[in-house]
Design a protein around this ligand. Structure first.
Ligand code: NAI
Ligand code: MG
Length: 357
């Protein structure tokens, strides 16, 4: 029996559809080579163009529609003409929250052949797995805007750290570190954020008692950003709040080959709702429509989807194919100092996969 996975595709804006098209090619190729399963892709036209036509980023019952899928594959949303906080909150953050995708997994792994701006770094030295809290914290959306437009105007943006939310992300990170046999580093800022991050540190300590076999470290976020550049080998599995994880993973992307390579998975570990897979970059309006966007981040996130669906070995093969194309240095997009187009890179990955599978 060939298993069929139903995938909702929200290609989104700008380069979103360009890179997602290549990821879909790769997923289809992997399924075809395996022979055990196939994908059934359903495309949703949601995003900023949709907003300009219909006044909303997605259908009113969009969340209901998405519930029926095994996973969501997302390009990027956001485009000049629609305020970024509207496009982000009404689609991406809505899906993450409604589907309780409280774990954001972002690998920061330097592949052989990937450009690295750091001097004298071996590929083994940049091999981190960021586990970012994805449902609350600084991105909880809590706050107020008082006396708007008046001289006494005041804005409040409140971080929300619940015991449930903090415990579950830290426990997930410990479980991951234990399974991988790696150390776990917690990122916080307890010296300045005297409620939220003191609480975070306390819960990290509490849960670490349950995992005496996992080696732990704890850094303040400012020191962590320095160490990520100076001594990236200090970091293996890393757990962080929503905001800190967002910022540090862009830094991580920069040291591990660039934003065109960085992928992220939004996971609902209980599998009550679909999880969502996406490159971490945005819609890149500056290069959209030119066919030169790097599809490797989107392809890496397709590999994360394969892993989540239970095909770890195939997921790994996709990463090896990415490593091969980087080493060959023949078919790469301009951000990787190449001259090839988005679809040429996707086609070459498919070729490499055919020879590997
Ligand atoms: P961005 O990631 O879109 O672009 C930053 C820079 O990296 C640009 O110079 C762009 O050309 C380059 N870049 C990004 N992805 C690339 C790729 N695959 N290949 C080659 N070059 C690439 O971030 P920016 O400019 O801050 O945001 C643009 C829009 O995207 C905004 O509307 C923003 O809100 C949205 N955005 C959406 C995200 C999402 O949907 N997950 C995440 C980040 C931003
Ligand atoms: Mg970000």
């Amino acid at each position: 029996m060939v298993k069929k996975f139903k995938i909702a595709v929200i290609a989104g804006d700008g380069i979103g559809p360009e890179v997602i098209g290549e990821g879909v090619k790769v997923l289809n190729k992997v399924a075809e080579c395996s022979g055990d399963f196939c994908f059934d892709f359903t495309y949703f036209p949601w995003g900023c163009e949709y907003y300009l036509k219909h006044g909303k980023m997605m259908d009113d019952d969009g969340i209901e529609q998405l519930k029926a899928f095994d996973a969501i594959y997302l390009g990027a949303v956001g485009y000049p003409g629609v305020p970024d906080h509207v496009s982000l909150w009404d689609l991406l953050l809505k899906i993450r929250k409604e589907f309780d995708q409280y774990v954001n997994i972002r690998p920061i792994k330097l592949l052989q052949g990937a450009p690295c701006p750091l001097k004298d770094v071996r590929k083994e030295e940049i091999d981190m797995l960021f586990i970012r809290e994805n449902s609350e914290g600084e991105y909880a959306g809590a706050g107020d805007w008082l006396f708007k437009g008046k001289p006494e105007e005041v804005v409040l943006q409140t971080g929300v750290f619940s015991r449930k939310g903090t415990e579950r992300i830290i426990r997930y990170a410990f479980e991951t570190a234990r399974k991988m046999g790696k150390s776990l580093t917690s990122i916080s800022k307890g010296n300045a954020l005297n409620y939220s991050m003191v609480f975070w540190d306390q819960i990290f300590d509490e849960i670490s008692q349950e995992y005496p076999d996992v080696e732990t470290r704890s850094y303040l976020v400012d020191a962590a950003s320095m160490f990520m550049v100076k001594q990236p080998e200090r970091f293996q599995v890393v757990v962080s709040s929503n905001l800190f994880g967002d910022i540090l993973t862009d830094l991580g992307a920069a040291i591990a080959g660039g934003i065109g390579l960085a992928a992220g998975a939004n996971i609902n570990p209980e599998r009550t709702y679909p999880s969502m897979f996406e490159p971490i970059h945005g819609s890149a309006p500056d290069i959209a429509g030119q066919g030169i966007a790097n599809p490797l981040a989107a392809i890496w996130s397709a590999s994360q989807m394969l892993e989540f669906l239970g095909y770890e070995a195939l997921a790994d093969t996709v990463i090896q194919a990415i490593e091969k194309i980087l080493q060959e240095k023949e078919v790469l997009t301009p951000d990787m100092n190449g001259t090839s187009s988005t679809s040429e890179v996707g086609d070459r990955i498919v070729e490499i996969l055919s020879s590997m599978l």
